[in-house]
Design a protein around this ligand. Structure first.
Ligand code: BGC
Length: 755
């Protein structure tokens, strides 16, 4: 089929479904009121229960049973259209009020067509692309009956040992907020009743990324100032973009579990942000309030989570078991049950589920993995890649069919590891294009040697569930033979592409690591291959920064492609041969090793910064700077940023300041540069970070082309949360401003905020 035909086909398939007209809010309210007035207490409590389609716990309710008894408002972990229709039919035909179910799933970077992992998409700094891609994810998932995604995950993370870094947008609240908005727009569009859109869920509210030691689920201690200035902004951005739901996090925040945390769920979410959607717990997190040593028993857990503001209990069955008794005992007023049910029913009306509870299974089949979706995945992977190093223009490679390219490393021909754990419990990785396949697709002569095996030291529950069959571990003799084979191949080839990093299951949930070293014997193999006289390129597939200190001195080109998704191999080949030009930028500071953690660019100067003479705050056994700064990323093109100008030297409190700079592609190759703006408030009621990102734009520039980039600084950019005032404040102070291409940007100006 031609490209146009495919597009037409998709459009027609989309319009073949009758699109219900978006309900007006007044109609939604009237319908909710009417339905609620007909519901018994048990039916209401049923709406507050989300039941798992996979049985993680032996005593977990079975979805069929729960649905028939009216004890399920939503189902999760079911992804197949036929099963969804079957379960929905039970709700629609076997229950008294015929209230449809919402099916929820973690469609965090694609449903069947898998896009690069979310951190990688943040590395594109391309908000338009992120929105488009999540719209494709929504289209595929909704076609299969999933109308609610547990995404975007907007947790700020400054510790790469934490496995869930991979799911978010990295260390920075400004970039994180922009990515959160783009994702919400992509998933929800302007009308969630459309057959191509779904409800989004901002998670994990809040502070999950600050887990002690980067250990998943561990406690987070976050002072109020950091909470408001760093961890909450992406959630607030999601809220402002109209996100339909929030998910409460697992861990203790300042000694109070997020699932029972009234500060988060009441003071911030409902009072300060006036959120009127609904909150779901994380899986089993209501029941687990007892595990924390917070709730006395399951009934107390139901009471604490519910009264804190969690509308829906994900999978733990605790609301179902105890809420009715709590109402009868007068501990929970019926009015609060009604208030909790309302936004859930409203969401079902807005989704159009009462009119269109079922999906067309044939359409779902056609929709998933459509050619246009794969095209979007390829583009997303190209745009997410970050060229960390390119000495002497080692990349791009010349296309020369006479030359042999050796692909070496454990990820060179891997399929599953181009995806992440969240790519689905029932995913078929066979559709994934490997790096070897991608390079071969360019007509190149490719030979592959795995060289080393990598494995997790301890395997988690998820490894068994989503990892698929594990390869048999090599004997020590086999391992040596494979290692030698790889080095021999490197010697024989004309160019070596090392494909190294981490297995997909080394990051995401239950996948924290204490070390940032390359797992297994990869570093040893890297050294052996680099010792050959052939040009070597390192392609990194990983969910977190790894120790690249040695490689950054000895391997001329390093291309970070993360876990790049279904079309990863094709995108990598495009990038290696210059059919695509890398333009991504790091959404995290890249530490030298784990000893530097936490390291983030927006730190305070504090007493005796490293820039001062004499006493200095630093480690004395290695440089204090990260190996690569936040915002870093090279291109095959060359760019110059110049002519920084401010519309004024002073801006009135509450006013806006225009900032402009020119960016020029000084090379003969088309490419993209991300122009970044940072500020520093020089004095005030609080010490402010040395730099804070407050503007960016990814600009496409033809060879030799020059453009002007405009930024606007206003109240939002110039204010911060003051712990002393317990409020957002903007102060009449002096500021530094820099514009450039990473967080070390040099082009400088100053301005003042005046009364
Ligand atoms: C995760 C959530 C996820 C939920 C449902 C939990 O274990 O923490 O991020 O949305 O499961 O799959």
């Amino acid at each position: 089929m031609s490209k146009t035909a495919v597009l037409l086909f998709i459009l027609l398939s989309a319009t073949a479904v009758t699109v219900p007209a978006a309900e007006s809010e007044a109609t939604v309210k009237a319908r909710v009121d009417k339905l609620l007035s007909q519901m018994t207490l048990d039916e209401k409590i049923g709406q507050l229960a989300q039941v798992g389609g996979l049985a993680f716990l032996p005593d977990a309710p079975k979805p069929e049973e729960a649905i028939r008894k009216g004890q399920a408002g939503s189902i999760l972990w079911v992804s197949d259209a036929a099963r969804i229709n079957k379960l929905q039919k039970m709700a629609m035909e076997e229950t008294r009020l015929k209230i449809p179910l919402i099916f929820g799933l973690d469609v965090i970077h694609g449903y069947r067509t898998i896009f690069p992992m979310p951190l990688a998409m943040a590395a594109s700094w391309d908000m338009g692309m992120i929105e488009r891609v999540q719209a494709v994810a929504a289209r595929e998932a909704r076609a299969s009956g999933i109308s609610w995604t547990f995404a975007p995950m907007v947790d700020i993370a400054r510790d790469p040992r934490w496995g869930r870094l991979v799911e978010g947008a990295g260390e920075d609240p400004y970039l994180g907020a922009a990515v959160a908005r783009a994702q919400v727009r992509g998933f929800q569009g302007t009308d969630v009743s459309s057959p191509d859109r779904m409800l989004a869920c901002a998670k994990h509210f809040a502070g999950y990324g600050a887990a002690d030691g980067g250990r998943d689920y561990d406690s987070a201690y976050i002072p109020e100032e950091q909470m408001w200035n760093v961890y909450l902004p992406p959630f607030q951005a999601a809220r402002e973009a109209g996100v339909a739901t929030f998910m409460a996090a697992y861990m203790d925040l300042n000694d109070v579990p997020a699932t029972g945390n009234r500060f988060l769920l009441q003071d911030v979410l409902r009072k300060a942000w006036k959120f009127d959607g609904f909150v779901v717990s994380d899986a089993f997190s209501v029941r687990d309030l007892t595990t924390h040593g917070f709730a006395r028993d399951a009934k107390d857990a139901a009471f604490r989570a519910f009264t804190a503001g969690v509308n829906m209990d994900m999978a733990s069955g605790v609301y179902q078991a105890h809420l009715a008794a709590l109402v009868k005992e007068g501990k929970v007023p019926t009015a609060t049950i009604d208030a909790a049910v309302r936004p859930i029913l409203a969401a079902k009306f807005r989704l159009g589920l009462f009119e269109h509870p079922y999906v067309d299974e044939a359409r779902a089949q056609r929709m998933v993995g459509a050619a246009e979706h794969r095209k979007a995945a390829r583009e997303a992977a190209q745009r997410s890649a970050v060229l960390l190093r390119n000495e002497g223009g080692a990349l791009p490679l010349a296309k020369d069919p006479a030359k042999t390219i050796a692909v070496i490393g454990p990820l060179g021909d891997a399929k599953r590891d181009l995806l992440t754990m969240w790519s689905g419990f029932d995913l078929d990785p066979s559709k994934t294009v490997t790096i070897v396949e991608g390079i071969r697709g360019k007509g190149a002569r490719v030979e592959f040697a795995q060289g080393v095996q990598i494995a997790k030291t301890y395997s988690s529950m998820f490894d068994q569930m989503v990892g698929g069959p594990q390869p048999k571990a090599w004997t020590p003799e086999q391992a040596d033979a494979e290692f030698r084979k790889a080095v021999e191949l490197a010697n024989r080839a004309d160019v070596v592409v090392l494909a190294m990093g981490e297995l997909a299951l080394m990051s995401a949930e239950l996948a924290s690591q204490s070390s940032l070293e390359f797992p297994g014997r990869q570093r040893e193999l890297m050294e052996a291959v680099a010792a050959t006289s052939n040009p070597v390129v390192l392609v990194m597939l990983n969910g977190r920064p790894l120790n690249l200190v040695w490689a950054s001195r000895h391997i001329p080109a390093i291309l970070e492609v993360w876990h790049p998704g279904t079309e990863g191999g094709n995108a990598v080949a495009d990038l290696l041969f210059g059919d695509a030009n890398p333009g991504g930028k790091l959404p995290v500071s890249w530490p030298r090793d784990a000893g530097q953690i936490p390291i983030y660019y927006a730190h305070n100067l504090t007493h005796q910064p490293e820039t001062a003479a004499g006493f200095q705050s630093r480690y004395w056994d290695q440089p204090s700077k990260p190996l690569y700064p936040f915002g870093h990323g090279l291109s095959y093109s060359k760019f110059a940023v110049s002519n920084l100008r401010l519309a004024a030297e002073a801006v009135k409190l509450g006013g806006t300041l225009e900032v402009m700079a020119d960016v020029e592609n000084t090379s003969s190759r088309d490419g993209d540069e991300v122009v970044q703006l940072y500020i520093h408030q020089k004095a005030g009621k609080a010490s402010r970070p040395v730099r804070q990102l407050k503007g960016f734009e990814r600009v496409a520039l033809k060879a030799g082309e020059k453009k002007t980039v405009w930024f606007t600084l206003g109240k939002a950019e110039l204010s911060y949360w003051s712990g002393q005032d317990r409020a957002w404040i903007e102060e009449t102070e002096s500021f530094d401003l820099w514009v450039g291409t990473d967080s070390d940007a040099r082009l400088h100006a100053g301005f003042r905020v005046v009364p």
